[in-house]
Design a protein around this ligand. Structure first.
Ligand code: NAD
Ligand code: IPM
Ligand code: MN
Length: 354
């Protein structure tokens, strides 16, 4: 049985890391006798500049029948970010109820964390980011453009159903790991939504008596990510808090270039989407030096989601092997390898079809 994947390379290094990932995916799938059928879509800022839209009007209908979506990144100089993001990325996350953004964090063997004491094997946690509501709401806007009284307002929207389901996901995930959840909050100040978040998380926690949990204020939590990154197992956070924490966590783990993400609809009513945490990196785009591992690890999350766990494990093992070798680390990790060198190393490691 074959599964269908919609591929959206996007812009900048998105196209480079997705091309590398496709090559590696083909190799791992051949070895495991997995058939994935890909359709590639050129939905991007380049398409926007050509046609006035990031994706066609029926783009979401086009994607709906797929088993998964693999995305590079969108965003290009000359196109405002709100156009590229609200025109493609955010509608996909929302239309397909991808309410979990799962972002694993590991310090790999061979990778130097900029954080003292963050050693391989000791830092291994997952950020579970709420992905469809919270601070990223569509309610609000700019008022009085150009006037001295001009303002921008945006309502943060937290629903009981939305907070409950992300908390449940985090507690269930912790059960399969080391049994600990940290909930990111800001309930000590004047943010009205966070005491509500806390209340709902505490209610859900009661249903998981076997999982230990604690709440941490986001400011102190950010500091703790740097000071004690080995103390976390599952970190559950709202949309904006989770966004910031996941880039911070990626930096602690050595580079944003290796950080993966899975935008999941756990009910499996819609396709889930897999993409690196990083963006289109215009500063290095076109140079062939982007680290492809964030996209490759995201593809491993996709294989796992599609039921191909041994293949996903092979891909992660290949990543581990390339990271252990100084000659196959990219510049963001202090090495000199380019995207192609890492891709070839991954293929070598995966070995021939048996
Ligand atoms: P970015 O992640 O693109 O880049 C941040 C820094 O990290 C840059 O110095 C970049 O060179 C480096 N970097 C990122 N990925 C790397 C990789 N794989 N290998 C080596 N170095 C890497 O973030 P930004 O600069 O804030 O955003 C650039 C554009 O990307 C913007 O238009 C933004 O809106 C967009 N963006 C898109 C997504 C997405 O589509 N999911 C995510 C984040 C940012
Ligand atoms: C991410 C990105 C996006 C987000 C942006 C580009 C809208 O930073 O996937 O982390 O904030 O969700
Ligand atoms: Mn982000």
């Amino acid at each position: 049985m074959s599964q269908r994947i919609a591929v959206i390379p996007g812009d900048g290094i998105g196209t480079e890391v997705i091309s590398a990932t496709r090559t590696v995916l083909d190799a791992v799938c051949r070895r495991h006798a997995i058939t994935l059928d890909y359709d590639e879509y050129d939905w991007s800022c380049e398409r926007y500049l050509r046609t006035g839209a990031m994706m066609p009007a029926d783009g979401l209908d086009v994607l709906r029948p797929y088993d998964a979506i693999l995305l590079g990144a969108v965003g290009a100089p000359g196109v405002p970010d709100h156009v590229s993001l609200w025109g493609l990325l955010i509608p996909i996350r929302r239309a397909f109820r991808q309410y979990v953004n799962l972002r694993p964090v590991r310090v790999f063997d061979g990778v130097d964390s900029p954080v003292r004491g963050a050693l391989p094997g000791e830092v291994d946690f997952v950020v579970v980011r709420e992905n469809v509501e919270g601070e990223y709401s569509e309610i609000g806007g700019r008022l009085g453009r150009g006037h001295p009284e001009e303002m921008a307002v945006q309502e943060a929207v937290f629903t009981r159903a939305g907070v409950s389901r992300i908390a449940d996901y985090a507690f269930e995930l912790a059960r399969t790991r080391r049994g600990h959840v940290t909930s990111a909050t800001k309930s000590n100040g004047i943010v009205h939504t966070m005491p509500f978040w806390d209340e709902v998380v505490a209610e859900r926690a009661a249903a998981f008596p076997d999982v230990r949990w604690r709440s941490e204020h986001i400011d102190a939590l950010a500091a703790k990510f740097v000071l004690q990154p080995g103390s976390f197992d599952v970190v559950v956070a709202s949309n904006l808090f989770g966004d910031i924490l996941s880039d911070l966590a990626a930096a602690v783990a050595g580079s944003i270039g290796i950080a993966p993400s899975a935008n999941l609809d756990p009910t499996r009513s819609y396709p889930s989407m897999f993409e690196p945490v990083h963006g289109s990196a215009p500063d290095i785009a076109g140079k062939g030096v982007a680290n492809p591992l964030g996209a490759v690890w995201s593809a491993a999350l996709m294989l796992d989601h599609l039921g191909h766990t041994p293949a996903a494990q092979d891909l992660v093992a290949a990543m581990e092997a390339t990271l252990r070798e100084p000659g196959t680390r990219t510049r963001d990790l202090g090495g000199t390898a380019d995207t192609r060198t890492v891709t070839v190393a991954l293929l070598d490691r995966l070995g021939p079809v048996s």
